[in-house]
Design a protein around this ligand. Structure first.
Ligand SMILES: [Zn+2]
Length: 86
């Protein structure tokens, strides 16, 4: 079973570890512990609207920030990735 990894929080918004999607070049996904499904996203990292199908999922209140493993070191790097994707 995959694991959902929250790297950090920024102003209450979780920064979630994403991985490349095998089915969509340039897209990202992470395993959601709430709906127990992959949340599939397009090419853009950074702050995203939640795709959670569980109505009371805490992710739906804040959305989340998608980041890569290489960003785990610090918030500055996460910011850089989000900017570069626009
Ligand atoms: Zn979910």
């Amino acid at each position: 079973m995959p694991e959902m990894v929250i790297l950090d929080y920024r102003e209450g918004i979780p920064i979630i570890l994403a991985e490349p999607r095998p089915d969509f070049l340039g897209g990202w996904r992470f395993w959601c512990r709430y709906c127990k499904r992959w949340h599939l996203h397009g090419r853009t990292l950074g702050h995203r609207v939640s795709h959670c199908t569980v109505p009371d999922s805490p992710l739906n209140r804040t959305g989340y920030i998608l980041a890569l493993a290489s960003d785990a070191g610090g918030e500055k790097k996460v910011e850089a990735v989000a900017d570069a994707s626009e």
